[in-house]
Design a protein around this ligand. Structure first.
Ligand code: HEC
Length: 193
């Protein structure tokens, strides 16, 4: 079996080459269809660290605190951002830590970019009603969660497509400190990411 697999592996480039050239020769398989512009728009929602894909809109933590209750976030995550059945959204009260990872697995403080927090809320929350928040609402709630975690200090600071990407997250430089990998190295036990 092993020998057979090895042989197959050796043949793999050839098989792939044949596959590619076969594809080049046949114009269409009659499978699937070109997505509509509307369908692509619905999928194409990823926001990069620099935030250039962010839609226009704005909001403050002050507005977000109200929306957090109205949109049901509190029901799952707790009224104070902790104590609900869903993961806590506010750092544990353990003083100022050098390594933000130790506050817990909390997106609004461990994410390297504030745009990632916006992107996650926009695409994934509220759970079971994803995609129902307007851009203004996502800006406001993002501001609120950053405010709860002391990332921003002013609850009237306006977050919009210009100001959000400029926020310096505390974990900005600490995201990918993965030790050097060597071939055959076992999986990193207990590594938090
Ligand atoms: C029905 C319950 C429910 C509601 C309502 C809900 N969430 Fe969540 N939320 C969850 C669950 C469960 C997770 C964990 C998902 C996972 O880890 O894949 C989560 C994860 C998150 C995270 C990432 C947590 C982390 O640190 O990884 C954020 C941020 C978040 N929710 C924000 C919100 C906001 C803002 C709202 C309201 C607009 C909201 N959630 C509404 C259940 C809910």
């Amino acid at each position: 079996m092993v020998v057979f697999t090895m042989r197959l592996l050796k043949l793999l480039p050839l098989i792939m080459l044949l596959g590619v050239s076969a594809q080049a020769q046949s114009p269409t398989y009659g499978v699937g269809r070109t997505p509509t512009a509307e369908e692509i728009r619905a999928w194409d929602i990823a926001i990069s660290p620099t935030g250039e894909e962010l839609p226009e809109g704005s909001g403050t933590a002050d507005q977000g605190s109200q929306l957090y209750l109205e949109k049901g976030c509190a029901g799952c995550h707790g009224t104070t951002g902790a104590g609900g059945l869903a993961p806590r959204l506010v750092k544990r009260d353990v003083g100022v830590l050098e390594d933000p990872w130790n506050y817990g697995r909390i997106l609004p403080i461990r994410a390297p970019y504030a745009t990632t927090v916006w992107d996650f809320i926009n695409r994934a929350m509220p759970l079971n009603a994803e995609g129902t928040l307007s851009a203004d609402e996502v800006y406001s709630i993002t501001a609120y969660l950053l405010y709860l975690n002391d990332v921003i200090e002013d609850d009237l600071m306006v977050l919009d497509e210009e100001s959000l990407p400029k926020i310096e997250m505390p974990n900005r430089e600490n995201w990918a400190q993965v030790p050097d990998w060597f071939p055959g190295q076992p999986r990193l036990e207990g590594y938090p990411y």
